[in-house]
Design a protein around this ligand. Structure first.
Ligand SMILES: Cc1ncc(COP(=O)(O)O)c(C=O)c1O
Length: 326
């Protein structure tokens, strides 16, 4: 699938797929498995490494020398962009929403260690920074660089393709292990990961519900974004058109993006204490809470095989002192 596109092989693939033995018993779902894209390899991994393999492949094919992207101070996407730039010998410029903190922690600390050049925008929200990319690109070109712009979360057709390819990888593993989930639960930010999984499931003719747990924006907004990403990808790569079944649940956003409440803390601790898995506080913690609540409420039947898709993000754990304090 998409073998003709330029790609830098950076991630450690396939990522593991395994049972969540203890959690499965505890929440009463007989067949509960996890796909470990928190283990894509370099620099603490995560879902963006898959996307960036194709993005950087395209950047190199276009003779670019600098990756420019945007995000929040604790952006996992920015950290993985900095890592991919480091291993491919490119320069990395990060535009981060927020004030420069006195002390660098978590992903921000790692960005610095990976050699990224960072510019802070105290008055902007992360997604607003997409609008600044053009301006910064012009300045970099004036300086004689050949930059490549990556929008927040690599939410662009070339960032959707890798998750269609990931679905193919997953499908091979599911067949080998004879595990056939009825649904996949995955955290959603910009929507590219879910869009790619939906595209992949369609191309492989798989009947699996892909349930996106949004942490950033309300349901209708995310549905539109995922639909738009799929349509743009179909157009760009001249694929057959189809109508995706986009399922988004916005009941687990809590008090807002990156705000940790007691329920999310409990979900993170449950995954850790039961099966030794660290979820992250911003994305997978909320998706993990969704899985637990749905199972306990009977919305996932005990005989309904379910896959939890771990998308990474653990470095942000070290910026939340309230974790592990109880
Ligand atoms: C750990 C983690 N999970 C999930 C997501 C959401 O992925 P997407 O933006 O493709 O929806 C992100 C995005 O930054 C992330 O860092």
């Amino acid at each position: 699938m998409f073998d003709n596109l330029p790609r830098e092989r950076i991630a450690f693939l396939p990522t593991p797929l395994h049972r969540l033995k203890n959690l499965s018993e505890s929440i009463g779902v007989d067949e509960l498995w996890i796909k470990r894209d928190d283990q894509t390899g370099i620099s603490f991994g995560g879902n963006k490494t898959r996307k960036l393999e194709f993005v950087v492949g395209d950047a190199i094919a276009n003779k670019c020398d600098t990756l420019v992207t945007v995000g929040g101070l604790q952006s996992n996407h920015c950290r993985q962009t900095a890592a991919v730039a480091a291993v491919t010998g490119m320069r990395c410029i990060l535009l981060l929403a927020g004030e420069e903190p006195e002390e660098y922690t978590g992903n921000l600390l790692l960005d610095k260690m990976l050699g990224a050049e960072i510019k802070f925008f105290p008055d902007d929200a992360p997604l607003m920074l997409n609008q600044r990319l053009d301006e910064v690109m012009d300045t970099l070109i004036d300086f004689g660089l050949t930059p490549y712009a990556i929008p927040a979360g690599a939410a662009m057709p070339i960032g959707v393709v890798p998750y269609a390819v990931a679905m193919e990888e997953l499908n091979t593993q599911l067949k080998e292990m004879q595990f056939f989930p009825e649904r996949i639960i995955v955290a959603v930010g910009t929507g590219g990961t879910q869009a790619g999984l939906l595209l992949g499931a369609h191309m492989l003719d798989l009947d699996i519900e892909i349930v996106g747990i949004t942490v950033l924006s309300p349901k209708e907004e995310v549905e539109e974004r995922v639909q738009d990403l799929i349509e743009r990808t179909i157009q760009k790569y001249e694929l057959d058109s189809f109508k995706p079944k986009i399922i988004i649940d916005d009941n687990f956003m809590g008090k807002g993006y990156a705000i940790l409440d007691d329920a999310v803390v409990s979900a993170i601790e449950m995954f850790a204490k039961m099966d030794g898995i660290f979820l992250d506080p911003v994305y997978t913690g909320k998706a993990g809470l969704a899985l637990i609540r749905m199972a306990l409420a009977g919305d996932i039947a005990s005989d309904s095989p379910t896959l939890f898709y771990h998308t990474g993000g653990e470095p942000a754990l070290f910026t939340y002192s309230e974790l592990g304090q109880k």
